[in-house]
Design a binder for this molecule. Structure first.
Ligand code: PLP
Length: 454
């Protein structure tokens, strides 16, 4: 079979049996699946031999880049030595014990315990159970409301989708978890009106206080937020937002949960988004960059305040997954963290490639479609707008973003469209030349989009 025949073969087979996540299957079948066959560094390759610069690091996860032999080798060695054993019933194994120690080192100082799962969604399910159990043990079982934000993404299990504020997911998912409520997101560009970003940050943060007063502080157990909302379109909060959220959580005795699934492991130029925004979370769900996506693993980092109660007063916490702290995944996560440390990739994001990325992306601000370029470290969002002056979007939100995303693919760069916000989150190893190339290809896609929509 030649390349084209091979592609057709796989596409046909894919259509017959595979239901894709977050995909309109009818539309996919019309277009044909892009079959990805290999990857190296910041590039992926499809079955027709076309290479794309992966501006999304997969799904915001391949932080150390593709093709790392070290990660494959530790997985192989671990699978030969001990491919599986669980951490239930008084057991553990070396990789998971060592990983726990290392996570305690790299997370904020008041976080010293960890609970493992396999995905960001499972980590957030764990958060819900921990929050409830913590307040039960404190004799305050009524503190079982969790406050989240509209347009947040916390996963697609029932708990994850309920915590998330994605209207489309709520519409499809049937009844969501009770006692989860959503306040506005700190999206100044799209929703800030005439306020300054700083004023708007305070206003939306204070919605948390209003909601707590409305429900009653004795009913609210936790607030959850991504330091930067990723799937919502890379919404970077104004500088006033997180300090005010922190004040409110402290004042009303509400647990603060920072969902670090995207921001963790260097994306924002520090180990965690909580470091970048000076947040002191009680619980920190994490996944993705923890293993750079080479094997599935996630965790909830537990602050001392919660850990003391869960460990000393709980007896058995009746929660866990068959693969909680899987040995091969734990070994890969450890090696991944070793790479991040030894190659100083996070310092590089903070001091070198992050600022360069920001500077180069800023050159796109002169484009008639690009309303702004917003970035922290190696995560960026660019709203496409109908009117740059008034920050006004398009009549049918999401249409122009989708057109642009398709032109990106045509131009050999993977950029994602969250509605009409084009977002980027490349591997942390991206070079200066590759940033230049990314920006060049992005501009070509923006030009093609502008031409198409007239
Ligand atoms: N939390 C955040 C902030 C995410 O971005 C995601 C996934 O994108 C999740 C949770 C869910 O993670 P998973 O897809 O591994 O279940």
């Amino acid at each position: 079979m030649n390349q084209l025949e091979k592609t057709t073969f796989w596409q046909n087979l894919d259509q017959q049996h595979h239901i894709h996540p977050f995909t309109d299957t009818a539309d996919l079948n019309k277009r044909g699946t892009r079959v990805i066959t290999g990857a190296s560094g910041v590039f992926i390759e499809d079955s027709e031999g076309k290479r794309y610069l992966d501006g999304m690091a997969g799904l915001w996860c391949v932080n150390v880049g593709y093709g790392r032999r070290e990660l494959a080798e530790v997985a192989y060695k671990q699978m030969l030595q001990l491919p599986y054993y669980n951490n239930f019933f008084q057991c553990a194994h070396e990789p998971v014990i060592e990983l726990s120690k290392v996570l305690a080192e790299i997370t904020p100082v008041h976080m010293n315990h960890v609970f493992y799962a396999n995905s960001g969604s499972e980590a957030n399910d764990t958060v819900v159970r921990m929050v409830r159990q913590y307040w039960n043990l404190k004799g305050k079982a009524d503190k079982n409301y969790i406050i989240s934000r509209k347009n947040a993404y916390h996963g697609s299990t029932v708990a994850g989708a309920s915590l998330g504020g994605m209207a489309g997911m709520h519409a499809q998912g049937g009844p969501m978890l009770p006692n989860v409520v959503h306040i506005d997101q700190p999206y100044w560009y799209g929703e800030g009106g005439d306020h300054s970003p700083e004023e708007f940050g305070l206003l939306v943060a204070r919605q948390l206080e209003e909601k707590i007063k409305e429900l009653g502080p004795d009913k609210v157990g936790a607030f959850i937020g991504e330091p930067i909302q990723g799937a919502g379109g890379v919404i970077i909060p104004p500088s006033t937002y997180w300090p005010e959220i922190q004040r409110i959580c402290n004042e009303y005795d509400i647990l603060l949960v920072a969902d670090e699934v995207i921001c963790g492991f260097g994306r924002t130029g520090n180990w965690f988004g909580s470091d970048t925004f000076d947040i002191k979370p009680d619980l920190m769900p994490m996944a993705k960059g923890m293993s750079s996506g080479y094997l599935p693993i996630s965790a909830v980092m537990v602050g001392d305040r919660v850990a003391d109660v869960l460990i000393n007063e709980c007896g058995e916490f009746t929660h866990g997954f068959t693969y909680s702290g899987h040995p091969a995944s734990a070994a890969v996560a450890l090696e991944n963290i070793r790479i991040l440390r030894e190659e100083k990739l996070i310092e590089r994001v903070r001091d070198d490639i992050g600022p360069y990325f920001r500077k180069k992306l800023a050159t796109l601000e002169d484009h008639p479609l690009v309303g702004a370029v917003e970035s922290v470290g190696l995560i960026a969002g660019m709203p496409l707008v109908a009117d740059k002056k008034t920050r006004k979007g398009f009549e049918k939100p999401g249409t122009v973003g989708t057109i642009c995303r398709d032109f990106c693919v045509e131009n050999g760069v993977i950029m994602r469209a969250c509605g009409d916000r084009m977002v980027l989150s490349p591997p942390l190893v991206i070079s200066h030349d590759e940033v230049d190339e990314l920006v060049k290809r992005a501009r070509a896609a923006f030009d093609a989009t502008a031409k198409k929509i007239g």
